[in-house]
Design a protein around this ligand. Structure first.
Ligand code: GDP
Length: 445
């Protein structure tokens, strides 16, 4: 993982900020004001917007030995080691104390010894929003770009700082972090829509379906298939292969089991019966997929049963399915026949495409371009007190599913209608087919 070194002169609140950035901040964490206390390099893994990296605190970096601190030479050596392996550096300065010649020394040192290292400037101790802009502004003179006002204690401003920081970091794709890139797939749908048949096609097996006694649905069995280089884990296939022969409670079991599988999945294959048409139960499952923020592909199965098959009936079938499952209008609908293996070869590539969108990241610049244009077309209405909703900017805060924070003056000024408009504009401009897209409306508090 890329290493981010954090440097700054003593007492600028570096440790507090590091804890905050690493997400480990809590009252009582060891943060001491004693100069030079952070003697050892401590590495902490952190993640922002899906970018994984390691934070290393370097201890107080001081080049003016007149301060007479005994740890200093040691700390300096530590810092050199940390900087030597770093992909980026955060220079922390003290916004409350203001500009300090030692800060300039640190920047000069970095420029001289690590000329290629990108620098992000954090102006710490900017607790009050009003003061922070002016506090930060005087650090433009350090010549390392935008000073980001933050508060290690309160956490304010760290989002912007991190956005700017991770922009320059090499991306380690999430699949390389902690697992081998297997895509977890749940096959869900009402009884008899063809899940087992599809499972048999996908696994290339033809296992007899075990007619099961009620109550043995607890164990979940996952089966893994490999297509090309890609592995897919089919979740809780036991729940699909075994059919509970109970006359009552079937829906309850089905829904429960499906919901659990959805939770574990990256991508959900929602199987519906195209001959019967999608039902209310199918819609319930779709709602759950949306709530859980999962990628989804809708397979309208038993297409072989549809009598008239031409371009028009194809489109109609897709439209009808979409209409019923309008809660997830972004999911691709494919007409298949599990029994006759029509278009079933497409299934894994449809999953790939949805998963790719689910993990997609869009630059802050692009997002704000879309936001600006959307606002120009359709300004936010003002409420009864004639307060005008204002949109400042937006940024993608996470993936799986893609989530965009929209910063506004006051979220209450934005109606559901306006939010829907904004969401659909983002969709039109950016796609994200197959994946939910979340907008978080945040006040600039
Ligand atoms: P599950 O309950 O969702 O697992 O559904 P099954 O896979 O057991 O299928 C229920 C019934 O529908 C079986 O009789 C299957 O043979 C039949 N079936 C499954 N897929 C298709 C299909 O694509 N076309 C047709 N005509 N029948 C299918």
């Amino acid at each position: 993982l890329p290493v981010v070194a954090v440097v700054g002169r003593p007492n600028v609140g570096k440790s507090t900020l590091v804890n905050r950035l690493a997400g480990t901040f809590r009252a009582g964490a060891i943060v001491d004001n004693v100069v030079g206390i952070t003697r050892d390099r401590t590495y902490r893994s952190a993640e922002w917007s899906g970018v994984h990296y390691q934070l290393v605190d370097t201890g107080g970096l001081v080049f003016d030995d007149s301060e007479g601190l005994i740890f200093l030479p040691e700390i300096r050596a530590q810092a050199r080691v940390a900087l030597g392996e770093a992909a980026a550096v955060v220079v922390v300065v003290d916004g409350m104390a203001g500009w300090n010649p030692l800060d300039a020394d640190i920047v000069r040192f970095l420029r001289a010894e690590f000329p290629l290292l990108p620098i992000t400037l954090a102006v710490n101790k900017c607790e009050s929003e009003k003061a922070s802009a002016s506090q930060a502004a005087e650090f433009w003179s350090l010549g390392v770009g935008e000073p980001w006002p933050v508060s290690g204690i309160h956490g304010s401003g760290t989002g912007d700082l991190l956005d700017s920081l991770v922009e320059g970091l090499p991306r380690v794709p999430p699949e390389d972090v902690g697992n081998d890139g297997t895509i977890n797939v749940a096959i869900v749908g009402r009884p008899n829509v063809g899940k087992s048949t599809l499972l048999n096609v996908l696994t290339n097996s033809d296992r007899a379906i075990v007619s099961d006694v009620p109550g043995t649905t607890r164990d979940a069995i996952d089966e893994t298939i490999t297509v090309g280089e890609q592995k897919y884990k089919l979740i809780d296939t036991a729940g699909i292969r075994r059919k509970t022969a109970v006359a009552y409670g079937t829906e309850f079991f089905m829904i429960n089991r499906a919901f659990r599988a959805i939770r574990r999945a990256d991508c959900v294959l929602l199987v519906v019966d195209v001959d019967e048409g999608a039902t209310d139960q199918d819609r319930k499952i779709a709602e759950r997929i949306l709530d859980e923020g999962k990628a989804c592909v809708i397979l309208a199965n038993k297409w072989d049963l549809v009598g008239e098959k031409d371009n028009r009936s194809y489109k109609e079938a897709v439209l009808l399915t979409r209409e019923k499952l309008a809660v997830i209008p972004w999911a691709q609908v494919e007409l298949v026949s599990a029994l006759e293996r029509q278009r079933t070869k497409l299934v894994t590539s449809l999953v790939d495409a949805a998963v790719e969108q689910h993990r997609r990241r869009v630059s802050t610049a692009t997002l704000n371009e879309v936001l600006r244009e959307a606002v120009e077309w359709h300004r936010p209405p003002s409420n009864k007190q004639a307060r005008q909703g204002r949109l400042y900017y937006c940024t993608q805060v996470s993936v799986q599913p893609p989530t965009v924070a929209v910063f506004v003056n006051d979220p209450r000024l934005f109606s559901d209608n306006y939010r829907r408009y904004m969401e659909s504009t983002f969709r039109k401009a950016l796609g994200f087919e197959g994946s939910p897209l979340r907008l978080l409306w945040r006040g600039k508090a």
